[in-house]
Write a protein that binds this ligand. Sequence first.
Ligand code: F6P
Length: 322
Amino acid sequence: MSAPKTLQDWLQAEAPSSELAGVITTIAAACAEIAKVLRTAPTDGLAGATDHTNVQGETQKQLDVVSNDIFIKHIRQNAAISILISEELDEELHMQNQGRFAIATDPLDGSSNLDVNVTVGSIFSVLAVDPNAPDLLQPGSEQLAAGYAAYGPSTSLLLTFGKTTAAFTLSNEGVFMLDREAVQVAAQSGEYAINSARQRFWDAPTSTYVAQNIAGEEGELGKRYNMRWVGSMVADIHRILMRGGIFLYPLDSETTAKGGRLRLLYEANPMSLLLEAAGGAASTGHGRILDVVPTDIHQRVPVIMGSSAEVARLDALYAKAK
Ligand code: F6P
């Protein structure tokens, strides 16, 4: 039996360049530090909200701010990274160096779950930029790398450079160890994730898709479905990467004015790259998420992602509704 592989072993073999490997090492170090802070946050007085609202209009939790600061601290130590886009920062942060990489991150996704000790995560995307004329509004298909850390019973790190998706687990010694070299998302699934309390806002394709699922083996699909919604995108997508399913935050009548609920650069794009590299799919209902050309760093987008046959089924309902 060969020795267990560390993240560093894997990066040495898989990273397209040593600079990019260094960028991932920096992000992984930030995630490992966040995992450590989260473990004892309630007794360290770090639970609860601040009196600040972020650019998204959401009340920041103390741990949102702490996680964002941890990302900034680590990124400042890597001169290859010149720009940080964060959910917690109104504008992108320029590091005043000549680094050829930009990071987009949601440093602590699902933070409404912190009070109840349910899985949260950090999502990140790596872009190539010219430090003197950075183009941050690149479609997700241009991402050099993407991933997330899920802080659950164990801390998982999922990573892709666009070809395969690998999974790592953080050891007690603080080292990410490879546990799956090429995650595969099952094409078919009987599990879907949507906030069904929003049913009154849904459009016809979403309503039809969910109604077909609920009808189960007595309905036209002749198949039973189950519903799961953690309320933390990282946790829901992690489940889908591990055992299939579909995650939905489609455009609905309440989110239309904003263009959707979830953010393109640091939520939808990295998750889409991870899922596609694992054989899954990611759509707005009208095309591939990775093809959307952003107009704003905090842009929102409709999200339909996961098992390819399920995404195709909903895409077909959108095409029929045109
Ligand atoms: O970042 C937004 C987010 O917290 C996601 O992590 C999660 O999937 C979603 O919002 C939850 O939305 P809702 O509040 O509608 O359940």
